[in-house]
Design a protein around this ligand. Structure first.
Ligand SMILES: [Zn+2]
Length: 284
């Protein structure tokens, strides 16, 4: 099978090829089970794909999309009848007769780290995750940088919310997945997604700002403020905790501390009109 072509086949069928990340991690033994959420009209396509991969559909439920009250995320809840369903949740495995009820403990069935499963179970809604992802003082792993899906569709990790972007167990899981997945994706796609996940994120006042054109020179980080920059208002993404509101600073930008952006001292903003601003670097 030509795995690279699968990427384009999914994209051409208007399905995010990210789904293949989950499929490959199960097909090549990192995890026993995988899960896909798809619009109901894509069910036929996915079922055919699973058959081609020699994977078995082991559980399924029908869902209706609804809005999370405290974040920008959409939530999927059970649909009582198939007719009204907008989405399908499909569970798959290499083992046709797998002896796990995935609905009992979905996070565990998907081999997510225990710390992340626990924190997901104790959080209602997703705003607590975002508060932690953006305001934590710990060094984050860029390979866990799921904040970039606020600005792009692409992501190179299973589709879940780690307990934090510094979660070591999640980092290990993703290393294992990447080992079997990356060589099945087109090289230029890997490079592009890697670039996206490494893009610096600035917290400036109430805005989260994504800057894809940047470089590090000695201990300076230089950000190009051009038309590729994207930004989102935090309040459009999630409900900010009161104690975090106090940390918002309108005057100066703060750089989210990721492991590939450590020990920097100055932040330069280069604007399209050739002007430049310099700040002593502050991390969040
Ligand atoms: Zn964790």
């Amino acid at each position: 099978m030509n795995f690279e072509n699968k990427y384009y086949e999914f994209r051409d069928n208007n399905l995010n090829p990210r789904i293949l990340y989950d499929i490959f991690s199960v097909l090549f033994g990192v995890r026993k089970m995988g899960l896909i959420h798809i619009p109901i009209e894509k069910l036929d396509f996915i079922q055919k794909q699973l058959t081609e991969f020699n994977l078995f559909e082991v559980a399924k439920r029908y869902l209706i999309i609804s809005k999370d009250k405290e974040s920008r995320e959409n939530l999927l809840r059970d649909s009582y009848d198939v007719v009204n369903a907008s989405h399908v949740e499909l569970w798959f495995s290499l083992d046709e007769f797998i002896n796990i009820d995935p609905f009992k403990n979905p996070g565990k069935a998907l081999s997510y780290p225990e710390c992340c499963v626990k924190s997901y179970e104790s959080n209602l809604g997703l705003s607590n995750f975002y508060n932690n992802y953006i305001f934590s003082n710990d060094t984050r792993y860029y390979k866990l940088n799921r904040l970039v899906v606020l600005f792009n569709q692409d992501l190179m990790m299973p589709d879940y919310f780690p307990c934090s972007l510094s979660c070591q167990a999640s980092s290990l899981l993703i290393d294992k997945c990447n080992q079997v997945v990356l060589d099945k994706f087109p090289k230029e796609i890997n490079e592009n997604i890697n670039k996206i996940m490494k893009s610096p994120l600035l917290l400036w006042g109430e805005n989260l700002i994504y800057v894809p054109d940047w470089e590090i020179k000695s201990n300076n980080i230089i950000l190009q403020i051009n038309s590729n920059v994207k930004s989102q208002k935090l309040k459009d993404i999630f409900l900010i905790n009161e104690k975090n509101i106090l940390l918002l600073d309108k005057k100066e930008p703060k750089l989210l501390k990721f492991n590939h952006l450590l020990d920097l001292e100055n932040l330069y903003l280069n604007f399209s009109d050739q002007s430049q601003e310099m700040y002593k670097l502050k991390y969040t």
